[in-house]
Design a binder for this molecule. Structure first.
Ligand SMILES: Cc1ncc(COP(=O)(O)O)c(C=O)c1O
Length: 358
């Protein structure tokens, strides 16, 4: 069997959920488990949070159906709403909360014949300009939905564009826009993603929506996950499958993209971009073995990558190497590769087996 596994620490996810709840005392939380729980495995994550969670949030009806099969009673929010009118009766049947993010969704809901009324979250565009109604649009939607027979609760939701950057001018502006809508009569309000959970108490309101922090990566640009007390949930573990001694001047890998400046020991690892490791990760991107960082040397291939083991004389074929995880924050690898932890975690591909630790 190929020696590559994503080890998922479920206790870390429970710990991180508890931190999110502690940041926002008395508030309810939708654990965001879209995209296969950011790559960690939605089945196991939902099961591990089953007894303590207030609710879950997902991006599609298919994801919602999977979560509903695992948890019959949790509130379950469809973050982008229904993509077609035909999804509405199914959403009602599954007992989902749905976002209504635009005129088309609003019209479809008002025309729908539903088996039971549904909890609706009107999405306000408070500054991100991706989904949602303008302030006037929210008022109009509110007036039309308040008395609609399809609607059980009528709630308000919005999403931050820059909450990862503390003090960004847009954060306060978005909070102001949101609070400005609360003269309308809403049952519940939700605004905070992970970054706002940890830095913007004014955005906590009724329901927080932590995603990335559950998985132990940082939601902030200027603080590490460890500084926030978060525990990494996924460790991507490969092995050294070959070691080559190369001379000064020898090049490594595709495109001869890296050249040894000294006689070097090059380790070949059992992980590549078809596993989700970022191909754009440059030379120098760290991996972790024998208690220290080793730098990538040469381009990432489909199934393998190479590291410079010259400073780890003990390293040998068969040794375990952490590509990110418990010892090497995914955020550090992401930064080196010019991306974010979210992308690395959610893109670990299906061919990488997940191994769960309770
Ligand atoms: C609407 C919405 N709410 C909450 C989240 C969770 O965000 P984060 O993972 O930054 O906590 C997301 C994720 O993208 C989202 O799209």
């Amino acid at each position: 069997m190929r020696p590559l596994v994503a080890v998922v620490d479920l206790a870390a996810i429970r710990h991180n959920y508890a931190i999110a709840k502690r940041c926002a005392p008395g508030r309810q939380a939708f654990a965001v488990v879209k995209a296969n729980a950011y790559g960690h495995g939605v089945r196991e994550v939902v099961t591990t949070l089953h007894d303590e969670v207030d609710g879950f949030a997902v991006a599609s009806l298919e994801e919602a159906a999977e979560v509903r099969a695992l948890h019959a009673s949790a509130r379950l929010l469809l973050l982008e709403g229904c993509f077609s009118a035909s999804e509405l009766p199914i959403a009602a049947q599954l007992g989902l909360d749905i976002v209504v993010q635009g005129e088309e969704q609003l019209a479809a809901l008002l025309a729908a014949d539903l088996p039971r009324p549904i909890n609706v979250w009107i999405k306000a565009d408070t500054g991100m300009h991706r989904l949602g109604f303008s302030a006037d649009g929210v008022r109009a939607a509110h007036a039309r939905l308040r008395a609609a027979p399809q609607v059980a609760e009528l709630n308000l939701i919005s999403h931050f564009a820059c909450a990862d950057e503390r003090g960004h001018w847009l954060n306060e502006q978005q909070i102001g826009e949101f609070l400005g809508l609360l003269g309308l009569d809403f049952d519940l309000r939700s605004l905070a993603n992970s970054a706002a959970v940890v830095t913007l108490p004014a955005a906590h309101l009724d329901w927080i929506r932590p995603g990335i922090m559950l998985y132990g990566a940082t939601p902030l640009l200027d603080m590490t996950a460890a500084e926030l007390g978060l525990k990494p949930a996924m460790s991507l573990m490969a092995e050294i499958i070959a070691i080559h001694d190369v001379a000064e001047g020898d090049s490594i890998g595709y495109g001869a993209g890296w050249t040894a400046r000294r006689p070097s020991r090059i380790g070949t690892l059992s992980c590549g971009y078809a596993d989700g490791y970022p191909r754009q990760a440059p030379a120098g991107t760290p991996a972790w073995l024998h208690g220290q960082r080793v730098p990538l040397a040469g381009r990432v291939s489909m199934d393998m990558l190479t590291v410079d083991l010259s400073d780890v004389p003990l390293a040998q074929v068969g040794d375990a190497v952490e590509l990110w995880g418990a010892n090497l924050p995914v955020d550090e690898v992401a930064r080196a590769a010019g991306t974010i932890g979210y992308e690395l975690l959610s893109k670990v591909t299906a061919r990488v087996p997940r191994r769960y630790q309770a």
